[in-house]
Design a protein around this ligand. Structure first.
Ligand SMILES: NC(=O)c1ccc[n+]([C@@H]2O[C@H](COP(=O)([O-])OP(=O)(O)OC[C@H]3O[C@@H](n4cnc5c(N)ncnc54)[C@H](OP(=O)(O)O)[C@@H]3O)[C@@H](O)[C@H]2O)c1
Length: 438
C-alpha cells in the first residue's frame, strides 16, 4: 500500500465513531428477529448491550435467546435501561402505554429511539419528534408502515424533493391475505379462521378487518408524503367483513378485484382520506398484490407514480427495516425534515361507486333505487344481475358515475328503508386506473 493510502486508512480508523450501545425493548416476534439479524451480521460500531421485557427470564431461556451475545444484560426493570449509558433504544413492544412515557424519558435522557410502533407514531409522532429535536437525538420509525418494505425511508430520502398530492396503498397484510384468498374462491369466515391459525390475525381481528391498523399507517404516510398531520380518529374506515363471494364475481365482470385500500388526497387545506374495501382495476398494481404483501403507490407532481411493494410484516422482514434504521442512527445519518401542518380530514372522494343490494324481488325496485340516486344527482352507469339466485333473496349491483361518497350515502339511507331490502346496501368506492398526479 502506498504511504499516502496508509495514512488515509489510519486517519479513517482514528475518525471511526465509538461503539454505539443499543437496548432492545421487547423480545417478541420482531425484537427477537432484530437480535438474530444483528448477531448474523456483526455490524461494526453497533453493540447490543441490554434487552428489556416483562418476565424476562422466560425470554432469556427461550430458543430465540441463543442468538443473543452472553454479554447482554437482560432485565425487566425499565430504569436499568433508562439510567444506563445506552445510546439507542429500539422499541418493539407496541401500544401507547407505557411505551410513550418510557420513550419520552429515553429521549429526554439523550438517547435516540428506533421504533416500529405505528400507533405511537400516528398518535404521538409529532410531539415525540419535537422532543427528539429538542434533545438533539433522533426518532426513527422506518418499520412502522409496511414492515420490511422501505416506504418511509424511500419517501423521506428519495421523494422528499417532490410534491405528493395523492397516495394509495395496501398496508394491512391480514386484510390482503383475506381478500386475495376470497378472490380465489374462499369465504370470509374460513379465511379469517385460517389467518388466525397462521398468526396473521389476532383472536379479535377488529383492528385489521375494520381498518384501524391501516388508518394509523395512512396517517404516518400522509405526514411524510404530504406534510399533513391528520387525526387518526377522524379518518373514515369501513370494514371488509361485509364483503361476500358474490362481490368478487361482480367485481370481475367490471374488470376489477377488491382490496382494502388506504388512500389520501390533498385538496387545499383539506385531506381526503379513507381506509375501506374498494374495487381495484385488474390492470392496476394493487390488484397484483396477493397474500400478506403490502403495496404503496405514491403519486408525485413532478416524478409521477412510484410503487413500493414487498413483505409488509413478519419478524425478519420487519427486523431488517429496524436494523437499517439503527445503522443509520449509529452512523449519524439524519433524515429529511420538512414542516408539517395539521389538516382537517374528510372521507369524501369523487369516485364511481359500486352498490350491492340484496332484495326480496318485486317490480319497481330498480326504478325506486334509480329515483333515490337521481334525487341526489347521482347517475347510474351500469346494472349487473347474475342468474341463478332465488327471487326472494336476489343480489344485484348498480355502479354509478363519479359522485361524492357522501352523496351516494345520502341516497342509500333512504333506499335502505325500503321494505324489500334484506340487507344494508354495500357501497364501495371504485378506483380509476387513469388516476394521475396533477
Ligand atoms: N410483527 C410484525 O410483523 C410487525 C410488523 C411491523 C411492525 N410491527 C410492530 O412492531 C412492534 C412489535 O411487534 P411484535 O409483533 O414483535 O409484537 P410481540 O410479538 O407481541 O412482541 C412484543 C414484546 O414486547 C413485550 N411487551 C409488551 N408490552 C410490554 C410491557 N408493557 N412491558 C414489558 N414488555 C412488554 C411482550 O412481552 P410478552 O411476551 O410478555 O407479551 C413481547 O415480548 C409493534 O409495535 C408492532 O406494531 C410488527
Amino acid at each position: 500500500m502506498a504511504t499516502k493510502q496508509k495514512k488515509q486508512a489510519a486517519n479513517k480508523k482514528v475518525k471511526t465513531s465509538p461503539v454505539v450501545k443499543v437496548a432492545l425493548l421487547g423480545f417478541g416476534t420482531v425484537g427477537s428477529s432484530v437480535a438474530r439479524v444483528l448477531a448474523a451480521s456483526k455490524f461494526p460500531g453497533v453493540e447490543l448491550t441490554h434487552i428489556f421485557n416483562r418476565n424476562v427470564e422466560r425470554k432469556r431461556s427461550s430458543a430465540a435467546a441463543k442468538a443473543v451475545p452472553a454479554s447482554v444484560v437482560w432485565t425487566d426493570n425499565i430504569d436499568v435501561i433508562l439510567n444506563s449509558k445506552v445510546d439507542v433504544v429500539v422499541e418493539l413492544m407496541g401500544g401507547l402505554n407505557p411505551v410513550e412515557s418510557w420513550l419520552r424519558r429515553a429521549l429526554a435522557a439523550g438517547k435516540s429511539v428506533v421504533t416500529a410502533n405505528k400507533q405511537l407514531i400516528a398518535y404521538r409522532g409529532a410531539s415525540l419528534a419535537k422532543l427528539a429535536a429538542k434533545n438533539n437525538v433522533q426518532l426513527v420509525h422506518g418499520a412502522a408502515v409496511a414492515g420490511g418494505v422501505p416506504v418511509i425511508p424511500g419517501m423521506l430520502q428519495g421523494l422528499g424533493g417532490d410534491q405528493v398530492p395523492r397516495l394509495s396503498g395496501i398496508v394491512n397484510g391480514t386484510c390482503n391475505y383475506i381478500l386475495s384468498r376470497m378472490e380465489a374462491g374462499a369465504d370470509y369466515a374460513t379465511v379469517l379462521a385460517d389467518a388466525q391459525q397462521l398468526g396473521y390475525a389476532e383472536s379479535d381481528p377488529s383492528a385489521d378487518v375494520d381498518g384501524f391498523d391501516a388508518r394509523a399507517k395512512l396517517c404516518i404516510l400522509s405526514r411524510i408524503a404530504m406534510h399533513a398531520e391528520l387525526d387518526p380518529d377522524a379518518v373514515a374506515t369501513q370494514t371488509i367483513s361485509t364483503i361476500e363471494a358474490i362481490d368478487f364475481s361482480y367485481a370481475k365482470e367490471l374488470n376489477c378485484t377488491i382490496r382494502q385500500v388506504s388512500r389520501a388526497e390533498l385538496d387545499g387545506r383539506l385531506v381526503h382520506a379513507r381506509v375501506a374495501p374498494m374495487l381495484v382495476p385488474l390492470a392496476s398494481p394493487m390488484a397484483w398484490s396477493h397474500g400478506t404483501q403490502n403495496m404503496v403507490v405514491v403519486s408525485g407532481r413532478f416524478g409521477g407514480d412510484v410503487v413500493f411493494s414487498g413483505h409488509g410484516a413478519g419478524g425478519e422482514p420487519t427486523a431488517v427495516a429496524v436494523v437499517s434504521d439503527l445503522l443509520a442512527v449509529a452512523q449519524g445519518c439524519t433524515t429529511v425534515e420538512l414542516p408539517v401542518r395539521r389538516r382537517e380530514v374528510t372521507g369524501d372522494f369523487l369516485a364511481p361507486h359500486y352498490l350491492r343490494f340484496v332484495v326480496d324481488d318485486k317490480p319497481g325496485i330498480v326504478f325506486a333505487i334509480s329515483g333515490a340516486l337521481s334525487k341526489v344527482g347521482a347517475n347510474i352507469d351500469s346494472l349487473l344481475q347474475r342468474r341463478g339466485y332465488p327471487k326472494h333473496r336476489l343480489p344485484f349491483v348498480v355502479t354509478t358515475e363519479p359522485c361524492l361518497t357522501s352523496t351516494i350515502e345520502r341516497a342509500l339511507a333512504s333506499v335502505a328503508r325500503m321494505d324489500c331490502m334484506l340487507e344494508r346496501p354495500l357501497c364501495l368506492q371504485m378506483l380509476e386506473i387513469e388516476d394521475k398526479a396533477e
